[in-house]
Design a protein around this ligand. Structure first.
Ligand code: GRF
Length: 325
């Protein structure tokens, strides 16, 4: 995992055919400042034109025909090739295989696909013909996270493409490809950068903090904060800190047991914790959020602990009640 702002994420692209999307991803990755690089192009068809293109461009390739192999074994070999190449993400670009649940599960949140429709409309095949036959005004393309259910994971980005009078599926498909070549590199670049994007980090913290009982968001010294209790007399249990006073990290300030715990954690795990300016002295620890290996369960745990420490006695039981329900 990249653990500082300049690291590029390593991506394995899985293809079955022409690989125009793979090429778009590859060339975009060669622009200065790309947050990802293509570490491997892998195919289930050794004759896929995408492989020849990747080889010509100096990208490592892997090919294994799936015919006669059990699905698990073929998936395992593809996965091994991706891991051996150091891939942190797998990007499907016209990979015409249904993946086994085990494989999908191991790459949850780290496997993307592009699909030629405006999902959730038209999952599966023949999307252009189906959109034209239905008289739709727009076709489109979607990039989404891969989950067990086909074409149903979280949608990360879409472009709508107008259907023209007299359009054929082939003509529409060609325009959809043009849009895909814009969409996929942008969405992938944004996605692999999320771990370091303060807006994304704040959105996740907000969801966790406001899921706790009797909480509100309230600004404090110009930064987002979260309080427990009534609007009037609530108390802060968390502050979101975005590179405050030149600190390199985006962090969540929460109450810990005291200075002993704070100093111990900061010394033992300096990549995960820091002592924040001003707040540190009164027992607030900085949980560093902008690191690629962050465990969001830990963040949720810290928020609960801090909530429990700060919540007035009269409502402290609500958390246990919420757990029990
Ligand atoms: C694309 O239209 C993509 O949406 C779909 O398969 C096609 C792959 O095309 N999943 P290419 O091989 O990238 O040209």
């Amino acid at each position: 995992m990249p653990d500082h702002a300049t690291a590029t994420a390593k991506v394995a692209v899985f293809v079955s055919g022409t690989g125009t999307n793979m090429a778009a991803l590859l060339y975009a990755s060669r622009l200065p400042g790309s947050p990802y690089e293509i570490a491997l192009v892998a195919a289930n068809d050794p004759a896929a034109p995408a492989l020849a293109l990747a080889r010509a461009e100096g990208v490592p390739t892997f090919a294994l025909a799936h015919a006669g192999m059990a699905r698990e074994d073929h998936d395992a070999a593809m996965e091994r090739a991706a891991r051996d190449a150091g891939a942190q993400y797998i990007v499907l670009a016209g990979y015409m295989r249904i993946l086994t649940p085990g494989f999908v599960g191991r790459w949850e949140g780290r496997m993307l696909n592009i699909h030629p429709s405006l999902l959730p409309a038209y999952p599966g095949l023949d999307t252009h013909a189906r959109a034209i036959a239905a008289g739709d005004s727009y076709g489109g393309t979607s990039v989404h996270l891969v989950t067990e259910e086909l074409d149903a994971g979280e949608i990360l980005g879409q472009i709508a493409i107008a259907i023209q009078p007299g359009d054929t599926p082939a003509a529409l498909a060609a325009r959809v490809r043009l849009a895909e070549h814009q969409l996929y590199p942008r969405v992938l670049a944004d996605y692999v950068s999320r771990w370091n994007d303060p807006q994304h980090l704040l959105a996740r913290v907000r969801t966790l903090a406001l899921a706790l009982p009797r909480t509100q968001e309230r600004e404090s010294h110009g930064a987002p904060g979260f309080r427990v209790g009534t609007e009037k007399s609530g108390k802060f249990f968390a502050h979101f800190s975005d590179r405050h006073h030149g600190a390199p990290h985006v962090s969540l300030l929460v109450k810990c047991a005291g200075l002993d715990e704070l100093e111990t954690l900061v010394v033992a795990q300096p990549h995960a914790y820091h002592k924040p300016a001003y707040y540190g002295a009164s027992g607030w620890i900085g949980v560093i959020l902008n690191r690629a290996d962050l465990d969001w369960d830990d963040v949720a745990h810290w928020l609960r602990r801090s909530w429990q420490q700060v919540a007035p006695k009269s409502i402290a039981g609500l958390l246990d009640a919420a757990d029990a329900s």
